[in-house]
Design a protein around this ligand. Sequence first.
Ligand SMILES: Cc1cc2nc3c(=O)[nH]c(=O)nc-3n(C[C@H](O)[C@H](O)[C@H](O)COP(=O)(O)O)c2cc1C
Length: 159
Amino acid sequence: MSEEFRKALRTITYGLYVVTSRSEEGPVAAAVNFLTQTSFNPPLVVVALKRDSGLQRAVEGSRAFAVNVLAGDQKSLAADFFKPVRVEGNTLNGHPFTLSRTLGLPVLEESPAWFECQVVEKVDQGDHVIYVGKVVDGAVVRQVQRYLVMWDTGWYYGG
Ligand SMILES: Cc1cc2nc3c(=O)[nH]c(=O)nc-3n(C[C@H](O)[C@H](O)[C@H](O)COP(=O)(O)O)c2cc1C
Protein backbone atom coordinates (compact mmCIF):
# COMPACT_ATOMS: atom_id res chain seq x y z
CA MET A 1 0.00 0.00 0.00
CA SER A 2 1.28 3.48 -0.81
CA GLU A 3 2.35 5.94 1.86
CA GLU A 4 -0.55 8.15 0.69
CA PHE A 5 -3.07 5.44 1.56
CA ARG A 6 -1.50 5.03 4.97
CA LYS A 7 -1.66 8.74 5.68
CA ALA A 8 -5.34 8.76 4.72
CA LEU A 9 -6.03 5.84 7.09
CA ARG A 10 -4.30 7.68 9.91
CA THR A 11 -7.00 10.37 9.76
CA ILE A 12 -9.51 7.94 11.32
CA THR A 13 -10.24 9.17 14.86
CA TYR A 14 -10.10 6.74 17.79
CA GLY A 15 -10.39 6.46 21.53
CA LEU A 16 -7.83 4.51 23.55
CA TYR A 17 -8.80 1.81 26.05
CA VAL A 18 -7.29 -0.93 28.17
CA VAL A 19 -8.85 -4.23 27.10
CA THR A 20 -8.58 -7.08 29.59
CA SER A 21 -9.31 -10.79 29.50
CA ARG A 22 -8.10 -13.94 31.25
CA SER A 23 -6.00 -16.90 30.25
CA GLU A 24 -5.09 -20.08 32.11
CA GLU A 25 -2.05 -18.19 33.48
CA GLY A 26 -4.20 -15.33 34.81
CA PRO A 27 -5.27 -11.80 33.87
CA VAL A 28 -4.17 -10.32 30.50
CA ALA A 29 -4.40 -6.70 29.31
CA ALA A 30 -3.30 -4.35 26.52
CA ALA A 31 -3.96 -0.80 25.35
CA VAL A 32 -6.20 -0.90 22.27
CA ASN A 33 -7.62 1.69 19.88
CA PHE A 34 -9.26 -0.55 17.23
CA LEU A 35 -12.58 -0.61 19.10
CA THR A 36 -16.11 0.68 18.49
CA GLN A 37 -19.80 0.03 19.17
CA THR A 38 -21.68 -1.44 16.18
CA SER A 39 -25.24 -2.18 17.39
CA PHE A 40 -27.77 -0.81 19.91
CA ASN A 41 -29.96 -3.90 20.17
CA PRO A 42 -28.33 -6.14 21.07
CA PRO A 43 -25.49 -3.88 22.28
CA LEU A 44 -22.45 -4.98 20.29
CA VAL A 45 -18.84 -3.80 20.32
CA VAL A 46 -16.05 -4.86 17.96
CA VAL A 47 -12.38 -4.99 18.83
CA ALA A 48 -9.41 -5.93 16.64
CA LEU A 49 -6.59 -7.71 18.48
CA LYS A 50 -3.05 -8.26 17.23
CA ARG A 51 -2.78 -11.83 16.04
CA ASP A 52 -0.83 -14.06 18.45
CA SER A 53 -0.55 -11.32 21.09
CA GLY A 54 -1.18 -12.40 24.67
CA LEU A 55 -4.54 -10.61 24.63
CA GLN A 56 -5.70 -12.15 21.35
CA ARG A 57 -4.89 -15.64 22.59
CA ALA A 58 -6.67 -14.97 25.89
CA VAL A 59 -9.86 -13.69 24.21
CA GLU A 60 -9.75 -16.62 21.78
CA GLY A 61 -9.72 -18.99 24.75
CA SER A 62 -12.07 -17.25 27.20
CA ARG A 63 -14.49 -15.82 24.56
CA ALA A 64 -14.80 -12.75 26.79
CA PHE A 65 -13.20 -9.34 27.22
CA ALA A 66 -13.65 -6.19 29.28
CA VAL A 67 -13.11 -2.63 28.10
CA ASN A 68 -11.60 -0.23 30.64
CA VAL A 69 -12.33 3.33 29.57
CA LEU A 70 -9.67 5.95 30.29
CA ALA A 71 -10.01 9.59 31.28
CA GLY A 72 -8.34 12.38 29.32
CA ASP A 73 -5.53 12.63 31.89
CA GLN A 74 -4.70 8.89 31.90
CA LYS A 75 -2.25 8.81 28.97
CA SER A 76 0.55 7.39 31.14
CA LEU A 77 -1.77 4.62 32.38
CA ALA A 78 -2.41 3.69 28.72
CA ALA A 79 1.35 3.62 28.05
CA ASP A 80 1.79 1.11 30.88
CA PHE A 81 -0.30 -1.32 28.82
CA PHE A 82 1.83 -1.28 25.67
CA LYS A 83 4.20 -3.56 27.61
CA PRO A 84 3.75 -7.27 28.38
CA VAL A 85 1.43 -7.71 31.32
CA ARG A 86 2.89 -8.22 34.80
CA VAL A 87 0.57 -9.38 37.59
CA GLU A 88 1.59 -8.64 41.19
CA GLY A 89 -1.03 -9.29 43.86
CA ASN A 90 -4.12 -7.40 42.80
CA THR A 91 -2.24 -5.15 40.35
CA LEU A 92 -1.79 -5.31 36.57
CA ASN A 93 1.32 -3.45 35.44
CA GLY A 94 1.18 -1.61 38.76
CA HIS A 95 -2.53 -0.68 38.54
CA PRO A 96 -5.02 -2.21 41.00
CA PHE A 97 -7.83 -4.31 39.58
CA THR A 98 -10.88 -6.17 40.82
CA LEU A 99 -12.81 -8.94 39.08
CA SER A 100 -16.02 -7.90 37.32
CA ARG A 101 -19.31 -9.04 38.81
CA THR A 102 -20.72 -10.86 35.77
CA LEU A 103 -17.86 -12.45 33.81
CA GLY A 104 -15.09 -12.25 36.41
CA LEU A 105 -12.76 -10.23 34.19
CA PRO A 106 -10.10 -7.80 35.46
CA VAL A 107 -11.40 -4.24 35.79
CA LEU A 108 -8.96 -1.43 36.55
CA GLU A 109 -9.98 0.49 39.66
CA GLU A 110 -8.72 3.74 38.11
CA SER A 111 -11.02 3.44 35.08
CA PRO A 112 -13.90 5.94 35.14
CA ALA A 113 -16.11 3.45 33.24
CA TRP A 114 -15.99 -0.15 32.07
CA PHE A 115 -18.06 -2.73 30.25
CA GLU A 116 -17.67 -6.43 29.58
CA CYS A 117 -18.53 -8.53 26.58
CA GLN A 118 -19.11 -12.10 25.56
CA VAL A 119 -17.70 -12.95 22.14
CA VAL A 120 -20.50 -13.79 19.69
CA GLU A 121 -18.55 -13.67 16.41
CA LYS A 122 -15.00 -13.63 15.07
CA VAL A 123 -13.69 -12.25 11.77
CA ASP A 124 -10.38 -13.90 10.97
CA GLN A 125 -8.86 -11.55 8.41
CA GLY A 126 -5.63 -9.59 8.42
CA ASP A 127 -2.98 -9.15 11.08
CA HIS A 128 -5.55 -8.30 13.75
CA VAL A 129 -8.37 -10.71 14.60
CA ILE A 130 -11.78 -9.02 14.94
CA TYR A 131 -14.03 -10.08 17.81
CA VAL A 132 -17.67 -9.02 18.06
CA GLY A 133 -18.69 -8.81 21.71
CA LYS A 134 -22.19 -8.61 23.17
CA VAL A 135 -22.10 -6.19 26.11
CA VAL A 136 -23.49 -8.00 29.16
CA ASP A 137 -22.60 -5.56 31.95
CA GLY A 138 -20.88 -2.25 32.60
CA ALA A 139 -20.88 0.87 34.73
CA VAL A 140 -19.80 4.49 34.90
CA VAL A 141 -17.83 4.64 38.13
CA ARG A 142 -17.07 8.37 38.25
CA GLN A 143 -17.69 11.42 36.11
CA VAL A 144 -14.75 12.88 34.17
CA GLN A 145 -14.38 16.02 32.07
CA ARG A 146 -13.31 14.07 28.98
CA TYR A 147 -12.19 10.65 27.84
CA LEU A 148 -8.82 9.75 26.34
CA VAL A 149 -8.65 10.08 22.56
CA MET A 150 -5.72 9.07 20.36
CA TRP A 151 -5.45 12.53 18.81
CA ASP A 152 -4.59 14.08 22.19
CA THR A 153 -1.77 11.58 22.83
CA GLY A 154 0.26 12.26 19.66
CA TRP A 155 0.44 8.48 19.09
CA TYR A 156 -1.00 6.64 16.15
CA TYR A 157 -1.77 2.97 15.52
CA GLY A 158 -3.16 2.56 12.03
CA GLY A 159 -2.25 3.33 8.43
C1 LIG B 1 -1.06 3.59 20.32
C2 LIG B 1 -1.21 2.09 20.34
C3 LIG B 1 -2.45 1.52 20.02
C4 LIG B 1 -2.60 0.11 20.02
N1 LIG B 1 -3.80 -0.43 19.61
C5 LIG B 1 -3.90 -1.78 19.56
C6 LIG B 1 -5.10 -2.39 19.08
O1 LIG B 1 -6.06 -1.73 18.68
N2 LIG B 1 -5.17 -3.76 19.09
C7 LIG B 1 -4.13 -4.54 19.55
O2 LIG B 1 -4.24 -5.76 19.55
N3 LIG B 1 -2.99 -3.98 19.98
C8 LIG B 1 -2.85 -2.63 20.01
N4 LIG B 1 -1.68 -2.09 20.43
C9 LIG B 1 -0.63 -2.98 20.92
C10 LIG B 1 -0.91 -3.41 22.37
O3 LIG B 1 -1.04 -2.27 23.22
C11 LIG B 1 0.19 -4.28 22.98
O4 LIG B 1 1.43 -3.69 22.80
C12 LIG B 1 0.24 -5.62 22.39
O5 LIG B 1 -1.04 -6.20 22.35
C13 LIG B 1 1.13 -6.52 23.25
O6 LIG B 1 1.39 -7.64 22.49
P1 LIG B 1 2.23 -8.87 23.06
O7 LIG B 1 1.27 -9.71 23.85
O8 LIG B 1 2.67 -9.54 21.79
O9 LIG B 1 3.35 -8.31 23.89
C14 LIG B 1 -1.52 -0.71 20.40
C15 LIG B 1 -0.29 -0.13 20.74
C16 LIG B 1 -0.11 1.23 20.69
C17 LIG B 1 1.23 1.82 21.01
